[in-house]
Design a binder for this molecule. Structure first.
Ligand code: CP
Ligand code: NVA
Length: 300
């Protein structure tokens, strides 16, 4: 694997298989294992945005691997008062064995990784959320037995969000069929899709549901976009994931959501709280995949 995990472009199909294998093993052996590759190591967890799953799964994950997790509120660090990212990267490299960071601009995380001698893991930027997709793909593998071109996944909502972008990269990595149901104003990035034939944008939410194995959605107002709330509520309204969409899908179709969810906005409560919904398996898998990634990147 490369030094850092900033987007899914940093991993190969082989890396992904290794992550699946190790996560599955760690999941099975949880609470009864002496695999401690982070013994004597400290991992800084820098957060500039709110988090429930990411913070907790990384803190618990580092600790279960034998390491020491340091939660760092970015607004309380000197980088918020003008210290450069580069100086911060050099200093942190003298203390820590790895950095996990959630912030706004993806370019800041890329710069931190470039300047740091230690591995950097992206825990969400405005543009990408690779750890979430690793957990999502593990969940798909658990339910479908594979993650390849036999899987059809439909994402509903903000086609330009960090989740839509990350799904595009996941589809490129695995060959999964991805349809992004989004309005024109927030249609997916054609730059990111490139010439991939397995990824399409569909304006019609009902058409997008045809033959789907997994429905996926995310909040309509991502962190950092709060001032656009009124506009977003209006343009995404037709893209709510409802029970009606499942009538068009495969009989066993399931519902995924990175969470946090807003019932009545991006997803109807009857879908979120139905047996179709596998969102808590998905959330649990964050812990297992991140432990696998940290041991591969920082456990040497
Ligand atoms: N899905 C996810 O990253 O959740 P948090 O924002 O709670 O970390
Ligand atoms: N798109 C959401 C994902 C939250 C996990 C956000 O960035 O707020």
């Amino acid at each position: 694997m490369k030094k850092d995990l900033l987007t899914l472009q940093d991993i190969t199909r082989d890396d992904l298989e290794q992550i699946f294998e190790l996560s599955t093993k760690l999941k099975k052996e949880r609470g009864n294992q002496d695999f401690k590759p982070l013994t004597g190591k400290s991992v800084g967890l820098i957060f500039a945005k709110s988090s429930t799953r990411t913070r907790i799964s990384f803190e618990v994950g580092v600790s279960e691997l034998g390491g020491y997790p340091l939660y760092l509120d970015q607004s309380k660090m000197q980088v918020g008062r003008g210290e450069t990212i580069s100086d911060t990267a050099h200093v942190l490299s003298r203390y820590l064995h790895g950095i996990v960071i959630r912030t706004f601009a993806h370019a800041d995380v890329a710069e931190l990784a470039r300047e740091a001698d230690i591995p950097v893991i992206n825990a969400l930027t405005d543009e990408f959320h690779p750890c979430q997709l690793l957990a999502d793909m593990l969940t798909i593998k658990e339910y479908s037995g594979k993650v390849d071109n036999s899987i059809r996944i439909a994402f509903y909502g903000d086609g330009r969000s960090n989740m839509a972008n990350s799904l595009i990269l996941a589809a490129k990595l695995t060959g999964m069929e991805l349809v992004i149901a989004a309005p024109e104003e927030e249609a997916p990035s054609t730059d990111l899709i490139g010439d991939a034939k397995n990824i399409v944008w569909e304006k019609d939410p009902l058409k997008a549901a045809e033959g789907v194995d997994y429905f996926y959605t995310d909040v309509w107002v991502s962190m950092g976009f709060e001032e656009e709330r009124a506009r977003r509520m209006e343009i995404f309204r037709p893209y709510q994931v409802t029970a009606r969409l499942f009538e068009k899908a495969k009989p066993q179709a399931k519902f995924l959501h990175c969470l946090p969810a807003h019932r009545g906005e991006e997803v109807a409560a009857e879908v979120m709280d139905s047996p179709r919904s596998i969102v808590f398996d998905e959330a649990e898998n964050r812990l297992h995949v991140q432990k696998a990634v940290m041991s591969m990147l920082m456990g040497k």
